[in-house]
Design a protein around this ligand. Structure first.
Ligand code: SF4
Ligand code: SF4
Length: 187
């Protein structure tokens, strides 16, 4: 019998030491999220970005996480195995400090969806394309209360999405569209 206090969550484990900076993960992610699907390849639309410093042999794959409206007031510096990393190298947020994890045309924040699809993928595409095994997929059982925030959408994310659309199309068109959709949804 299944334990109702537990749930299964999907997780991608990142091994920074194995990443060689090939950017295959960015390619497949952006292609699979293009409209129509696979019609273009543009890593700036990918939900995973590889922070690269080839001279220092530093490659850090980072997945797009939550949108945040404010940037950090300070920065921490990390030293790991003699290599220097800035805090931003590990950060998953789409934020005002940098351009990553924003849709290039509209400015909409991007977020990894673990390749949501029907039928469900056995493994996310970036994991399948990572020949260096820097990315590995796992399903883990956690307490039902944990990970709730990841499943929901933060109100700031909705605000950011609407603001980006308004910048492109103007508030009146956005408001008209929302009103129309809400009328259709209530029928
Ligand atoms: S899991 Fe899927 S959506 Fe997320 S970064 Fe990888 S390819 Fe992109
Ligand atoms: S596909 Fe794998 S090895 Fe290549 S950049 Fe992405 S995480 Fe690194």
């Amino acid at each position: 019998m299944s334990d109702s206090t537990k749930k299964v969550v999907k997780r991608i484990r990142i091994n920074v030491d194995k990443c060689n900076g090939c950017r295959g993960c960015e390619v497949i992610c952006s292609a699979s999220h293009a409209t129509p699907r696979y019609s273009s390849v543009n890593p700036s639309r990918a939900r995973i970005r590889v922070i690269r410093d080839p001279l220092a042999d530093i490659y850090v794959p980072v997945f797009a996480g939550e949108y945040t409206a404010a940037e950090c007031a300070g920065r921490d510096q990390y030293t790991i195995d003699g290599k220097e990393y800035e805090e931003c190298a590990f950060c998953r947020a789409s934020c005002p400090s940098r351009d990553v994890f924003k849709e290039p045309d509209s400015g909409l924040p991007l977020k990894c969806d673990m390749c949501e699809s029907d039928p469900t993928l056995e493994e996310p595409l970036c994991v399948q394309w990572c020949l260096a095994d820097a990315l590995t997929f796992e399903r883990v059982e956690v307490d039902a209360g944990a990970g709730g925030a990841a499943a929901g959408v933060a109100p700031e994310e909705i605000d950011a999405g609407l603001e980006a659309l308004a910048k492109t199309y103007g508030w009146s068109k956005v408001i008209d569209a929302v009103a129309r959709m809400s009328r259709n949804g209530n029928r």
